[in-house]
Design a protein around this ligand. Structure first.
Ligand code: AHR
Length: 519
């Protein structure tokens, strides 16, 4: 009150109108409006957009998922703490064995008695591959985790026959040399793996077996024919673009590859990693706009190529490698402790904006895999004795466990900030999902310093009961987690809505999930 008496009459009336912000000499927080009409549906959200990736790279498998002599592991060598964290993450599909590793992986090296398997030089990442974790170990792990396996075949140095026989070994019920071998190795019933990759990043000169789009398209088509003739129920993922270097025709790559594979591929795989190399928060948080642009362009390419095909033949996008990755990167990354990116709050926010983008493109993005699962650019981090959850674990877990059902079209109106290539970027980035009467709204506030006061309005329904709030935030955008402290995690509380209106103030640099029941 002391402050008030010191104010002139004029400024006092301003305070009454504008609220305490003027009194404190600050600007009123920006305001936004989100409108939701529950009949405006984008498409069903495929749960497989909440996938992960496990490559024979660094300590992802050896020392992450699998640590044979560790007291933290079970009798088969699987780290129990990692398995438990992966279960809570809600991993819906797990891609394996690579990545670049897959382009020289010969799967027969990884079956049979573990002690008899041949160690091989691993040229993608500069180690020796023990082959102690192979097809059986991976597929048993997927069963324990309750996740869909996705195997990426070697279309780098591998042969058509090798890819075909892998499908036969894993999926066939007929009595053949391959299925007898599987039985000798302890597995009677086929696993029936549905998702098979036709190689990895063949567009990149860094890839073992890099080819032109035409050469890859021709080669992959022959592999695809043999694989589908072995098991017509499998779904094939063609290697789309990962190389966006200036001057590279990444759109042309996708068009040519699809031209060859339009009759056989079910998905086109795309990859994208981003980073805050310029240490510019606003710029970094806008990377999801680039992701969205690439999705729209690729959707157009798919529609064009598929225009002469029967309408029932569909090709979707599998964004099967994505994440923040820029610190532990480059030529030095060879050997065992590599790609061990440590994540902070701003990385977690970027992850949430990527997930919003996948949900908002639910009609075309049907698979997405955060790269990777453990230690290597990953949400879970271990040493020999301990484990902790990185900042990026929390948004992925919130999405995977809650954002289900139908993706909703949203109208988001609110403040923006200038951006060097996109013109204006909205401070609020949002997505929403409706599952029966449960409405989930995901909002990232890209404003570094200010909350955004928001009116969320339902056009055709009313809220009922309290609204669950889950927030991922911290005082500092650079805050990280470690073995000893958890600075960034999900904090839960609840709020109220009235009839069709939910008023919420999204704090600066935060990701918030609102979960409401509709009347
Ligand atoms: O995920 C790390 C690597 O990134 C993968 O091996 C490769 O496919 C991509 O370039």
């Amino acid at each position: 009150m002391k402050n008030l008496t010191a104010l002139s009459r004029r400024s006092f009336s301003k305070v009454l109108i504008a609220g305490p912000w003027v009194l404190r000499g600050q600007q009123a927080p920006p305001r936004a409006h989100i409108k939701i009409d529950t009949e405006r549906v984008i498409d069903d959200i495929d749960p497989k957009i909440y996938g992960n990736f496990a490559e024979h790279l660094g300590r992802c498998i050896e020392g992450g998922i699998f640590a044979e002599n560790s007291p933290l592991s079970d009798a088969n060598g699987y780290r129990r703490d990692v398995l438990d964290a992966a279960k809570k993450l809600g991993v819906s599909i797990l891609r394996w064995p690579g990545g670049n590793f897959s382009s020289n992986y010969h799967w027969k090296d990884g079956i049979g008695p573990r002690d008899k398997r041949p160690p091989r030089l691993e040229m993608a990442w500069g180690t020796v591959e023990s082959n102690r974790f192979g097809t059986h170990e991976f597929l048993n792990y997927c069963e324990m985790l309750g996740t869909e396996p996705y195997i990426c075949a070697n279309l780098g140095t591998g042969t058509w026959e090798e890819a075909q026989q892998w499908v036969e070994y894993v999926n066939s019920s007929q009595d053949t040399a391959m299925t007898r071998l599987r039985k000798e190795n302890g597995r009677g019933d086929p696993w029936k793996v549905t998702y098979w990759g036709l190689g990895n990043e063949i567009d990149g000169p860094w890839q073992m077996g890099h080819r032109s789009a035409e050469d890859y398209g021709k080669f992959a088509l022959e592999a695809a024919k043999l694989m589908k003739w072995t098991d017509p129920n499998i779904k094939l993922i063609a290697a789309g673009s990962s190389n966006y270097t200036n001057g590279i025709d990444w759109i042309g790559w996708n068009r040519t590859v699809l031209d060859f594979l339009k009759t056989h591929a079910d998905y086109l795989s795309l990859h994208m990693y981003v980073g805050n190399t310029a240490n510019d928060f606003g710029d970094f948080l806008a990377d999801s706009l680039l992701l969205n642009e690439r999705i729209k362009i690729t959707e157009g390419v798919i529609n064009g190529v598929m225009s002469g095909q029967p309408r029932s033949r569909k090709v979707y996008i599998a964004w099967d490698e994505w994440n923040v990755w820029y610190r532990a990167r480059g030529n030095s990354q060879r050997g065992r402790n590599i790609l061990e990116e440590r994540y902070n709050l701003e990385d977690a926010l970027v992850v949430a904006t990527f997930l919003n983008t996948f949900v908002n493109n639910a009609h075309i993005i049907k698979i997405a895999n955060m790269a990777q699962l453990v230690n290597v650019i990953a949400p879970i981090f271990t040493d020999e004795k301990r484990m902790f959850l990185q900042t990026i674990y929390y948004p992925l877990a919130l999405f995977a466990n809650n954002t289900k059902g139908k993706a909703m079209e949203l109208l988001v109106k609110g403040p923006t900030y200038p951006h060097r290539t996109f013109g204006e970027v909205p401070h609020l980035d949002a997505s929403a999902a409706l599952d029966d009467r449960t409405l989930v709204i995901n909002v990232v506030n890209r404003h570094r310093d200010q909350p955004v006061e928001t009116d969320i309005e339902l056009e055709d329904k009313q809220f009922s009961g309290p609204v669950e709030v889950s927030e991922v935030n911290a005082g500092d955008i650079k805050a990280e987690n470690s073995f000893d402290s958890t600075a960034v995690k999900t904090v839960q509380r609840s709020t109220k809505a009235e009839k069709s209106l939910l008023r919420y103030s999204f704090p600066p640099h935060s990701y918030t999930m609102l979960k409401a029941t509709l009347a």
